[in-house]
Ligand binder design. Structure first.
Ligand code: ATP
Ligand code: MG
Length: 143
């Protein structure tokens, strides 16, 4: 378990970039924390590492976005889920969530702790907590 104190959005993204450097295809990352904790900012740092500038799916479909990125000239697919508005496991299964996270892409899941049974056992867990206006405690549990 690793713990960090971020003092700005940029610092949060930097911790996310360091974390993302260790990710492999097929990895699943769960991002937990209250509304506005900084989960999406952490995701932005991850996306920077994989050079995900073009977005494959519509940003208005905010539950699930796929980004086509690359690392060292190799293509990398990054899947970003936001389960805040999902209410039941059935709804999640209807979106094909299980098949997506079992695939070769890297998956990042906000609010995944709502459905612990839907996440693979080796999911890497990141917890973000606001401890001040711009301070965030980031705990990374990589198992
Ligand atoms: N150190 C920090 N790290 C990350 N975000 C910060 C920090 N300090 C302030 N912020 C602010 O906190 C907010 C974080 O928003 P973000 O969308 O990343 O949260 P979230 O956890 O994804 O929320 P949601 O559950 O609504 O999706 C932004 O407005 C950002 O500017
Ligand atoms: Mg978010």
């Amino acid at each position: 378990m690793k713990e960090y104190l971020s003092r700005s959005v940029e610092e949060t993204r930097e911790y996310a970039r360091q974390f993302a450097a260790g990710l492999q295809p097929g990895d699943v990352v769960s991002l937990s924390g209250q509304l506005g904790a900084g989960k999406t900012e952490f995701m932005r740092g991850i996306a920077q590492v994989f050079n995900c500038d073009d977005q494959l799916t519509s940003p208005s479909f905010s539950i699930f976005n796929i980004y086509k990125g690359r690392l060292k000239k190799q293509p990398v697919k990054l899947q970003h889920f936001d389960l805040y508005r999902i209410e039941t496991s059935l709804e999640l299964e209807g979106l094909g969530f299980g098949e997506y996270v079992d695939g070769p892409a890297i998956s990042v899941v906000e609010w995944g702790e709502k459905f612990p049974d839907e996440l693979p056992g080796n999911t890497k867990k990141v917890f973000i907590e606001a401890v001040g206006e711009n301070e965030r405690r980031i705990v990374i549990d990589e198992l």
